[in-house]
Design a protein around this ligand. Structure first.
Ligand code: FAD
Length: 292
């Protein structure tokens, strides 16, 4: 196992993100996906965490399974809203005991229904950093190239991100579709004296409706040229082909521009990620059950 900060210091990292499935069937399918991606020797994989602790045990189970049963380094996401300090200490203790060394510290989103609100000792991701740092994890944080939807303005977003990154080891970005958003983010951080690695998050479009919904929630714009390319395309295989094509071109451009690696949002499927890897010349492996 390894610390992501050490991996980044040694060279580029290539990583995959999964979410904890809700059903036994989906869990089995994720197992197939991870088995199909493992031969690509990713630098690490990360597992998301349901805001307010809704996936606490499922996230933990997958991170632990990856640690025990595969050769891949895992990273656990942890959102702070809806948690007390005692709960976070317990979660971190459990991870340490199992040899998990990497945590992505996140704010999470407040619940849509105020009735779901739980008492919280934390409000922002930055509030979590001290507790995670004291527990000696390699720490990542989230960055939003097109500015976080709740930020009052771009300068405030960057100032708070720079402060957050000064206490973390690296950032991973929300997905975006044009390299200029990433370049501008890195330049703005550099102007604030931040030179920590910022890993671009890459989302291959495999389902146009789903990605449009996620983009509107996260503040990412779907550019007109991409809307045009997907316009009238109903065949899911063709949508995926376009999505992989676009993600591969963006990834190649980002690497050319000096990005310290790539973080692929897999949506728990392996095919698109394997195709992007092959297109970039990073390695190839055949597979089947992991789907789109
Ligand atoms: P924060 O850093 O807390 O920022 C949230 C907002 O508050 C921003 O507008 C920021 O500018 C502002 N802010 C920060 N600090 C302060 C301060 N001190 N005073 C005033 N304003 C402040 N969500 C999940 O629920 N689970 C996941 O597993 C998950 N994984 C993610 C992985 C990545 C790589 C990314 C990019 C996002 C992920 N998200 C996840 C989504 C994320 O939780 C949301 O985008 C959330 O709204 C913000 O998270 P953050 O960590 O950027 O929050």
């Amino acid at each position: 196992m390894a610390r992501v900060s050490d991996l980044l210091a040694a060279g580029r990292t290539y990583s995959f993100e999964f979410f904890p499935p809700k059903t036994d069937g989906a869990q089995l399918s994720l197992g197939h996906t991870i088995a199909e991606l493992e031969p690509l020797a990713p630098s690490f994989v990360s597992v998301t965490y349901g805001a307010g602790g809704s996936t606490r045990s499922r996230t933990h189970a997958i991170v632990s399974w990856v640690r025990r049963e595969t050769s891949i380094t895992p990273m656990a996401h942890l959102t702070c809203q809806g948690h007390t300090r005692a709960e976070v200490a317990e979660i971190l203790d459990d991870y340490r005991a199992e040899g998990i060394e990497n945590v992505l510290a996140l704010g999470g989103d407040p619940p849509d229904d105020p009735g779901d609100h739980r008492p919280s000792d934390y409000r922002y991701a930055s509030d979590l950093l001290e507790d995670i740092g004291a527990a000696d994890f390699s720490i990542g944080v989230a960055a939003h190239p097109e500015v976080h939807p709740r930020s009052p303005d771009r300068a405030t977003d960057r100032r708070l991100l720079a402060a957050k990154l000064s206490r973390a080891d690296f950032a991973i970005t929300q997905f975006f579709f044009e390299a200029e958003h990433y370049v501008r983010l890195v330049e703005e951080l550099a102007a604030l004296g931040v030179d920590k690695p910022v890993l671009p998050g890459i989302m291959p479009i495999t389902n146009a409706t789903q990605v449009a919904r996620m983009a509107s929630l996260s503040g990412a714009a779907i550019p007109g040229w991409l809307v045009d390319r997907l316009d009238g395309v109903d065949d899911p295989v063709e949508v995926r082909r376009i999505g992989v094509d676009v993600a591969s071109a963006l990834s190649a451009e980002l690497l050319e521009l000096g990005a310290p690696g790539l973080h692929l949002y897999t949506l728990n499927r392996s095919t698109a990620s394997r195709e992007i890897y092959a297109n970039l010349g990073l390695g190839s492996v055949s597979g089947g059950a992991g789907g789109a």
